[in-house]
Design a binder for this molecule. Structure first.
Ligand SMILES: Nc1ncnc2c1ncn2[C@@H]1O[C@H](COP(=O)(O)OP(=O)(O)O)[C@@H](O)[C@H]1O
Ligand SMILES: [Mg+2]
Length: 296
């Protein structure tokens, strides 16, 4: 870790963290794999060096750490362990061995192909938990879900709380998160936010997960410009995109917030219903073929 961060960092008298290697560099943070005093692998997420004199970013990063701490324990959250302040604050968090959901979709991972419901459902649980704790996440996108492989299945965990705001926030005076593609039209036009902002982003994520492409050409503004013309068409050859799944996804990304899911519970109930109907269609016996007319 070089000059800025010595190989062993004492977080408190009881534990020390030893950096193993740098995993990646995100927009806000550098991510290091480390080992704690008890020999467990952990992640050290440290503000990027170039942001250290940017008071606004440092404050936001610190708020993100506090938000993660406030989320408490949840099976679908990347767990807070400890933190340190200073010019380059960092947090120590649970290590999730696996991939980001984004990488899984890009690579069409087996679970993405075979178990899209199993991936989307815990993503909704996680966001619902953030709302129940009294916050908006405001950076819901597949890059911010980490997936741990467990046997044949997986565990999906939400991370990156840098843009979290209290749920009572109705407007934010900045561009949220990184990706225009996950922001609903009302955010793009007047910066209004609500739980529906995160649920819209989950809808876009679901659309991407099930269809392998984004619903809009440029941004959700396309939806307002031309109500449906600019929504990328579902691929007719994708057997996972049955009508009930398509209906669910379309409701999740409706341009008018009042037409979308208001709460995570409602979105989950709709996903469950869509999955049940989807499966019953798969299992339904095929209708008998019409008799072939000889000579045609
Ligand atoms: N707890 C973790 N376990 C494993 N990999 C992680 C963990 N946290 C972050 N990463 C990796 O680092 C990337 C960026 O992390 P993130 O917290 O979203 O930072 P940023 O604010 O820079 O986007 C993730 O997409 C993932 O690849
Ligand atoms: Mg991120």
């Amino acid at each position: 870790m070089g000059d800025e961060f010595s190989q062993t960092v004492s977080l408190n008298r009881a534990s020390s963290i030893t950096i193993v290697n740098r995993r990646t560099r995100g927009g806000m943070a550098e991510i290091f794999l480390a080992v704690d005093g008890a020999g467990h692998q952990v992640i050290v997420r440290k503000l990027r060096k170039e942001h250290r004199f940017n008071l606004r970013l440092r404050r936001r990063f610190h708020q993100g750490i506090e938000m993660r701490r406030k989320m408490g324990r949840h099976p679908n959250m990347v767990q807070y362990i400890s933190q340190a302040g200073g010019l380059r604050p960092y947090e120590v968090i649970e290590y999730v061995p696996g991939d980001s959901l984004k990488a899984m979709i890009v690579n069409k991972h087996r679970l993405v192909q075979e178990q899209p419901f199993m991936l989307l459902r815990p993503a909704i649980w996680a966001v619902s938990h953030v709302h129940e704790r009294g916050y908006l996440h405001l950076d819901v996108k597949p890059e911010n879900f980490l997936v741990e492989y467990v046997g044949e299945g997986c565990r999906v965990k939400l991370t990156d709380f840098d843009f979290c705001q209290p749920i009572t926030t109705t407007q934010v005076h900045r561009k949220f998160g990184g990706s225009l593609m996950y922001e609903p039209p009302e955010f793009l036009s007047n910066k209004t936010v609500s739980p529906r902002t995160d649920l819209f982003a989950l809808g876009v994520l679901g659309y991407y997960l099930f269809s392998y492409h984004m619903p809009f050409v440029e941004s959700s503004h396309d939806l307002l410009k031309n109500k449906s013309g600019n929504i990328v068409q579902f691929s007719a050859s994708n057997p996972r995109l049955s009508q009930p799944v398509q209906n669910f996804l379309m409701q999740a990304i409706q341009p008018q917030p009042e037409n979308r899911f208001a709460r995570g519970e409602a979105m989950l109930a709709a996903l469950d219903a869509a999955e049940t109907e989807h499966r019953s269609r798969l299992e339904a016996p095929r209708p008998p073929r019409p008799p072939r007319v000889l000579g045609n």
